[in-house]
Design a protein around this ligand. Sequence first.
Ligand code: GAR
Length: 213
Amino acid sequence: MKAVILISGRGSNMEALLKADIPVEFAVVISNRPDARGLETARSLGVATAVVDHRGHADRKAFDAALAAEIDRHAPDLIILAGFMRVLTADFVRRYQGRMINIHPALLPAFPGLDTHARVLAAGVRVHGCTVHFVTPEVDVGPIIIQAAIPVLADDDEASLAARVLEQEHRVYVQAVRWFAEGRLTLRADGSVAVAGVARQVTALISPPPDAR
Ligand code: GAR
């Protein structure tokens, strides 16, 4: 199973995937920003990198065409968005539908978009988390593969919450990619995701969670 990872910055989810013991060949890490810290991390782990700078393209369509050309050079089975902070055109998303996944730092469909941790605190919700989902043309919407939930504590601030969610992101993203690589994910006609051989509750990890493998 061949995958490419798309990043824009730090790349900690990417790093968790590259270091995980999963049957995946990571062909390349692509960033839309030449200064993304994750590029250096990928190289240090022996993974090829490429930059498709969004600033060098006239519009979204031109950028997406260049990005698709770079992706397709590697003929991946799976495209992994890991902190990739560009809105993609519907044509681009449709081209990879069913084989492009994203991680979002909230329990979708609650809190799509940016600044999720601050918005969670402001809303006073008691449970927060992260979601891995298949990408569909609408941003931060799409069939859910796995979620992890954590409690929002009375003394949490944005940084503490972000750190605890990130810890769960690294776990669920590795799990989702492992399932994809093992051919266990099925996108059903009704838009839900089935994971073969896995009880439904295992796709909803509660922190501290049971071992989900
Ligand atoms: C992660 O928290 C990821 O969930 C979020 O960006 C961060 C990237 O961190 N993604 C989104 O907000 C996408 N809507 P990382 O570069 O260290 O993996």
